[in-house]
Design a protein around this ligand. Structure first.
Ligand code: NDP
Length: 480
C-alpha cells in the first residue's frame, strides 16, 4: 500500500515516529493509502529547514521567485487529470468537479500570486516640504499554513501561494483526512526546482502536528482555515505569543429569496448553493428563507430540483453528489437529520443514508435532504452541519428575514435574490456576512479580499490582502 511521505528540506521523508495513519477512500469506505503520523519532531525539522531557506528565498529577485511559482502552477495544470482523480478518491467529490473547480483554482492561486508580486507596490506620503513617509513591507519569516478537508488542494494552495510569493518560507499541514493532493504537490514542487526548505509539508493529526506548528515560537504567522472550535483553540495558543493570525472559519449561510427575484434562476442557484460538493463548502447556503407569497411555489420547485441530483460513484460523470468525506462526518450529518426531526422538522426529501449499487455499496453517501417547519433559532438552524442538509422557511418582511439571517454566531456569506435595487443596498448593508452575493452565488474575483464576520473568522485572505498578511509593515519617516 502507498505510504505518503512528509516533504521536508526538499526531500520526501518518513515520519520520525515511523508510524502511519489510515487514509480512506470515502466512496468505498476502505483504506487505500497510509499517511505519516508526524509529531513535533517533524515540525521542528520542517521549521529548521524553512528558517535556513528564508534568507535566500526572501531576498531572491521577485522575477525569479515568480518564475519558480509559475513553473509550479504550470505543472499543476499539466497534471490536472491525475490531481483531480486523486482529490476525488481522497475527498469523495465527483471527479468532474475536482477537474473543473478544485484543481484549476489551485493553478490560478499560484498564477495569481506569482504575477501579483510583480505588480505590487507600497505607499508613500509626502508632507509637503517637511518630510516623506513611506511604507516598507518585508516577509514575516516562516509561515504556518493549516487547511481543511473540503477543498483540499484549492485551500491549501490559497495559503501557500501568497506566503511563498511574498517571500516567506512555509511549514504547511493539510487535513489528515485528505492528504493526497498535498503529497502530490510536494512531488511537483521538487520537479519545479523549488529550493530545499522553501516549502515543507508535514502530514498528521491536528492536535499533534497542527498544535506543534501553532505553538512553535519561530513560526510568527499562522494562516488557518477550518472549524470555529479549532479556530478558538488556535487563537488561545497563538494570541498570547502575539503571532499574526488569519482565521477562516465555519459558516451557516442564508439564501434569501424575495418574490420579485428571477424565479427560475433563484431556484436553480439555490439548489447548487445548497448541495455543491455534498454541501461541504463553507459558503454553501444551508438556510433558505423565502418570501411567503412565493414560498410554496419555490419549495415545490426546489424539492423537484433536489430530487434530480444524482448521488453516486464519484468517478461517474452523471454523479452530481459524491460521498461524505469520512465515516465520522457521515455519522455527524445523519445525527443532525435526526435532531431536525426531533425539533419538529418535516423532511421533504432525502433524510437517509444511501447505498449505491456496485463498487460503492459500502461508501458513505447521504441523500440530499430538505427540511421545513423549523424555527430559525433551533439547533439545526444555528449549528454548522457542513453536509447535504438544508432548511426552508417563509418570511414576511425585510426586518424579519434580517433577524433570521443574522441570528447565528456565524457571518461568512449570504446569497440574496431580488430585483429591487434599493432593497439590495439596504439588505447588503445590514446582513452580517463577509460577502453578499446578489442574484448569484460563489462568484469571486481573486483580487477581492475574502473573509468572515463574527464566529466565521478574523482577517482577510485573497487578493493583495494575503500578501500583506505574510509581511511585516514598517513606516519610515524621513525629514527633508
Ligand atoms: P478542522 O478545524 O477540524 O480542521 C482544519 C485543519 O486544522 C485540519 O488540517 C486539522 O487537522 C487541523 N487541526 C485540527 N485540530 C487542530 C489543532 N488543535 N491545532 C491546529 N490544527 C488543528 O476543520 P475541518 O477539516 O473539519 O474543515 C471543515 C471546517 O472548515 C468547517 O467548519 C468549514 O466551515 C471550515 N471552512 C471554512 C472556510 C472559510 O474560508 N471560512 C473554507 C472551508 C472550510 P486534522 O484534519 O488532522 O484534524
Amino acid at each position: 500500500m502507498l505510504h505518503l511521505q512528509n516533504y521536508i528540506n526538499g526531500a520526501l521523508v518518513p515520519p520520525t515516529s515511523g508510524q502511519y495513519l489510515d487514509n480512506f477512500n470515502p466512496a468505498l469506505g476502505e483504506v487505500y493509502s497510509l499517511i505519516p503520523d508526524s509529531d513535533e519532531r517533524d515540525v521542528a525539522a520542517a521549521q529548521a529547514a524553512a528558517q535556513a531557506a528564508f534568507p535566500a528565498w526572501s531576498t531572491m529577485p521577485k522575477e525569479k521567485r515568480s518564475a519558480l511559482l509559475l513553473k509550479l502552477s504550470g505543472l499543476i495544470q499539466k497534471n490536472l487529470d491525475r490531481l483531480a482523480l486523486a482529490e476525488s478518491v481522497d475527498q469523495g467529490k465527483p471527479v468532474w468537479l475536482a477537474k473543473s473547480v478544485d484543481i484549476p483554482r489551485a493553478v490560478s492561486n499560484f498564477h495569481f500570486y506569482a504575477t501579483g508580486i510583480l505588480h505590487d507596490s507600497t505607499e508613500a506620503h509626502a508632507m509637503e516640504e517637511t518630510a516623506i513617509n513611506y511604507t516598507l513591507r518585508t516577509p514575516v519569516g516562516v509561515a504556518g499554513c493549516i487547511s481543511p478537508w473540503n477543498l483540499p488542494l484549492y485551500l491549501f494552495t490559497w495559503k501557500i501561494a501568497p506566503a511563498l510569493a511574498s517571500g516567506c518560507t512555509v511549514v504547511a499541514k493539510p487535513s489528515e483526512i485528505t492528504p493526497m493532493t498535498a503529497y502530490l504537490l510536494s512531488e511537483l514542487a521538487i520537479e519545479a526546482g523549488l529550493p530545499a526548505g522553501v516549502l515543507n509539508i508535514v502530514h498528521g493529526l491536528g492536535p499533534k502536528v497542527g498544535t506543534a506548528i501553532v505553538s512553535h515560537p519561530e513560526i510568527p504567522a499562522i494562516s488557518f482555515t477550518g472549524g470555529t472550535k479549532t479556530g478558538e483553540t488556535i487563537s488561545s495558543i497563538a494570541a498570547p505569543m502575539f503571532k499574526k493570525l488569519s482565521l477562516e472559519l465555519g459558516g451557516k449561510n442564508p439564501t434569501i429569496v424575495f418574490a420579485d427575484a428571477d424565479f427560475e434562476k433563484s431556484v436553480h442557484t439555490a439548489v447548487r448553493a445548497a448541495f455543491s460538493n455534498q454541501g461541504e463548502i463553507c459558503l454553501c447556503g444551508s438556510r433558505i428563507f423565502v418570501e411567503r407569497s412565493i414560498y410554496e411555489k419555490f419549495r415545490d420547485a426546489f424539492v423537484d430540483g433536489v430530487k434530480k441530483l444524482q448521488v453516486g460513484d464519484p468517478m461517474l460523470d452523471e454523479s452530481w453528489i459524491g460521498a461524505i468525506v469520512s465515516k465520522q462526518h457521515y455519522d455527524k450529518v445523519l445525527s443532525y437529520i435526526e435532531l431536525a426531526k426531533q425539533e419538529g422538522g418535516r423532511v421533504l426529501c432525502g433524510g437517509t443514508a444511501l447505498h449505491p449499487e456496485g463498487r460503492c455499496k459500502n461508501g458513505w453517501f447521504i441523500a440530499p435532504t430538505v427540511i421545513e417547519g423549523l424555527s430559525y433559532d433551533c439547533r439545526t438552524n444555528q449549528e454548522e452541519i457542513f453536509g447535504p442538509v438544508v432548511t426552508l422557511q417563509p418570511f414576511d418582511t425585510e426586518e424579519e428575514v434580517l433577524q433570521y439571517a443574522n441570528s447565528t454566531r456565524y457571518g461568512l456569506a449570504c446569497s440574496l435574490w431580488t430585483s429591487n435595487l434599493s432593497r439590495t443596498h439596504r439588505m447588503a448593508a445590514k446582513i452580517h456576512s463577509g460577502i453578499v452575493w446578489v442574484n448569484c452565488w460563489l462568484l469571486r474575483d481573486l483580487r477581492t479580499p475574502f473573509g468572515g464576520m463574527k464566529g466565521s473568522g478574523v482577517g482577510r485572505e485573497g487578493g493583495f490582502e494575503a500578501l500583506r498578511f505574510f509581511t511585516e509593515e514598517k513606516n519610515v519617516c524621513i525629514r527633508l
